[in-house]
Design a protein around this ligand. Sequence first.
Ligand SMILES: Nc1nc2c(ncn2[C@@H]2O[C@H](COP(=O)(O)OP(=O)(O)OP(=O)(O)O)[C@@H](O)[C@H]2O)c(=O)[nH]1
Length: 615
Amino acid sequence: MSKFPPELIRNFSIIAHIDHGKSTLADRLLEETGVLTGKNNRSQFLDKLKVEQERGITVKAQTCAMFYTTDDGKTYLLNLIDTPGHVDFNYEVSRSLAACSSVLLLVDSSQGVQAQTLANYYLAIEQDLTIIPIMTKIDQQSSQPDVISAQMEQLLGVENKDILPISAKTGINCDQVIPRIIENGSKPSGLVEAPLKALLFDSWYDEYFGVICMVYVVDGQLKIGQTLISAYTKKAYEILQVGIMHPEQVVTNALFTGQVGYIVCNMRTAAEARVGDTLYRKDQPIDKPLPGFKPAKPMVFAGVFPLDSENDFDKLKDTIEKLCLTDSSVHITRENSGALGMGFRCGFLGLLHMDVFKQRLEQEFGTETIITTPTVVYKVAYADGKEKLVENPNEFPDSFMTRKNGLSANDAVAVYEPIVVATIVCPEKYFLSVINLCNERRGEQKDIVNIDEDRVSIHYIMPLNEIIHDFFDRLKSLTQGYATLDYEESGYQQTEMVKLNVMINKESVDALSFIVPKDQSQFKAREIVEKLRKQISRQMYEVSIQCAVGVKVIASETLKAFRKDVTAKCYGGDITRKRKLLDKQKEGKKKMKQIGSVHIPQEAFLSVFKVDDGK
Ligand SMILES: Nc1nc2c(ncn2[C@@H]2O[C@H](COP(=O)(O)OP(=O)(O)OP(=O)(O)O)[C@@H](O)[C@H]2O)c(=O)[nH]1
């Protein structure tokens, strides 16, 4: 590819609330520039993963180069960097934005400004990007262009005359989008003659090429055969292939200042490609790396176990390893549970990320897995002043010491939980229900702003633990789907939590223990033992189901002894039929987990893990 001077390059992203039409607009732009032709034209080209197509959401940011020649004969290189829209993936949004100079800020002309529009807008402002406001879906009957433009003016600091109304679906005004990007968007501001500084902003694993890194050449240039150094690890890599995504890999052998493209070098694992890292040339040392990103930090942890731990563990291990090659933001360690056998402790960016991972796992793995109740990472303080991060309920202390003197070093004295600032945008008529829900979930009101006559934007400080347990679903159902949510982590705050231990016939079932606010422990304990009683069928002997905090039992149920006589319906003495039924019963037992002498069906675990606060 010829060397494009930075003034002929525009790197931009499309940012919007989920479902406001980013991918549809991206497809339009690819069509306008001839990237999508009959051969590869399918809707939403940028949404590559199967899960993305099934759920219609973008999970992983994809990038595509386009060429556009203006009336005065100048050819521009436009790099579109698609961004995911869901709250869990905010870190992907910010890392994509670091490769851009401008953003198309897209707002649905009937939905208006939503929680993620605001969150993404602030991310773009923080990074000093030029904002090109676009109002889309104007073909819709429910579209309210005047109301929504006024909202955009008020909340997004844009001028009415700059808002471009379009329909990405029918194509109205879509031909004006690229000219706007060229005229109003900023060019990259790097230094052509300076030593190379390339920002690694995305990576994935390709079965054929291995690790592929997306880079933005901030200063200088890079070429095939050069040796690059990672500013983070100081490891050296030889560039084996360089190119652009157009939309598939197209080899160019070099990338120049301001360009975005991919490199293949001898990186072995996705973990080596650290997003936010600066790559520089071995023969051109640099003073300091580019400012990095906030590293993606797992916020929600859960255990993942095969249903049949004896036979399927290796297969699960292979599948998880394979998935992690393409999604390095999942954090994996081995976990051994007395009840569920060998499995993995996995850390996710949020609940949607966990859900997407689970769905991909089931697609690849082919069978169902057990995912234990998700938990956040607690910080536990000990008497000797040390602190420990706890991501597994089993490592949570059984009790906390309240007295000041006579403590030994290992005594836990306090617990802190992660908190977030949540932004909820909803119609005013649901305002009270939303406030009640937030209060119920231990939230603390920060402020409330009227967006317009009908809608409000509500800010709450909330424990993350309350958000990960079906908060979003409850919010949606209370507001008939109208509320939108975004949240940002905001450190830790001291709290009072206890660990609930579940015991079956006095034996502790590690996989079922979980952490709850102290003042809800009684209610939660009752709920668990009742759920278990319903799910565990009667056995040959009496079974006690108990829930305890430390050694103190706070809820218990007893199942009376009983043998389910599966042959009762077989009148007469057909011994073969009777044998068959008994065999079937035995078979059924195999699908159960044995806790001591008690067989617990998978459904019992699943029912406890299923988030349901009974409201
Ligand atoms: N009527 C109409 N529908 C549109 C338009 N643009 C997008 N849509 C529809 O809106 C829905 C969401 O569009 P997407 O392009 O998938 O939205 P997105 O913002 O990429 O979604 P995420 O990637 O999940 O954030 C789809 O059903 C589109 O067909 C438009 O201009 N007019």
